[in-house]
Design a protein around this ligand. Structure first.
Ligand code: MLT
Length: 266
């Protein structure tokens, strides 16, 4: 299933919440959020280039952020929006904040980091690209699985792992390779975070080892007035592993973002 671009079409006056997926998934990873939050926000769950059945194309986190803005234009969402992203989606959300600050009402950064890849990180991306070319998205997600999901999820909730395999497994190799290049080459988002002037929520799975609490706190330290919330029992894919806690944190945050700042034209 690929979710429609706008999960609550025509919901006049509702704050728009744009959600950007992690790697190597697509917008369906937000299914628990779309189900729970569609009544309180106009959900816009986007697919990055090549994911979720869209056409593979080379991209950068900056061009992906511009594409999100263009999709909002196409959807007729002209007011300020809350942009939320998990991991790779967080890199794109930070790029959106840098490049389109006038369109931003709030920022949700889940299980992500501000820093660019260091040399070892870039080398690991190149190795992952080689793995993708050999074994496709399924091989990549298998390699990543121990770091994508927390141990409690992997051992106690195999359905979550199955869902992650199913979503990742359908992504084309070309899209996975383009995304790995975008991840490898992304800029340091740290300095730009000092300019973020909207309410910001930083979420992190309690057992996230890919982007642990220290990286969440480093983001929190750079964004004035931001709040860091830990999602209990979850690993890196905190929105899928503990949707109840994730959704509760997002709901509380959305209630803080002033509707008056966020007119939605539809
Ligand atoms: C993701 O979940 O999107 C990736 O782990 C991001 C990354 O590897 O930097």
């Amino acid at each position: 299933m690929t979710l429609p671009m706008s999960a609550t079409p025509g919901s006049d006056g509702l704050l728009a919440l744009v959600l950007v997926h992690g790697f190597p998934l697509d917008n369906e990873m937000w299914r628990p959020q779309v189900a729970a939050l569609s009544g309180v926000a106009r959900l816009v769950a986007v697919d990055l280039p090549g994911f979720g059945g869209t056409a593979p194309a080379a991209f950068t986190v900056d061009s992906a952020a511009d594409a999100v803005a263009a999709r909002l234009d196409a959807e007729g969402v002209n007011g300020r929006v809350v942009v939320g992203g998990l991991s790779m989606g967080g890199y794109v959300a930070m790029a959106f904040a840098r490049r389109h600050p006038d369109r931003l009402a709030g920022l949700i950064l889940a299980d992500t980091r501000a820093e660019a890849d260091d040399e070892a990180g870039k080398k690991a991306r190149d190795e992952m690209i080689a793995l993708a070319r050999e074994k496709g998205a399924a091989g990549v997600v298998e390699k990543m699985m121990p770091r994508l999901l927390g141990e409690a999820t992997r051992e106690g909730r195999p359905a979550v792992a199955d869902e992650v395999r199913r979503i990742a497994g359908r992504q084309p190799t070309e899209a996975v390779v383009f995304a790995l290049e975008a991840l490898r080459d992304r800029p340091d988002a740290g300095p730009g975070l000092g300019n973020v002037a909207v309410p910001t929520l930083v979420l992190v799975g309690e057992h996230d080892t890919l982007t642990p609490l220290t990286t969440a706190e480093a983001i929190g330290a750079r964004v004035y007035g931001s709040e860091v919330v830990t999602i209990p029992g979850a690993g890196h894919l905190s929105n899928l592993e503990n949707p109840e806690a994730f959704n509760a944190a997002v709901l509380a945050f959305l209630a803080e973002v002033k509707p008056g700042n966020t007119p939605v034209a539809s």
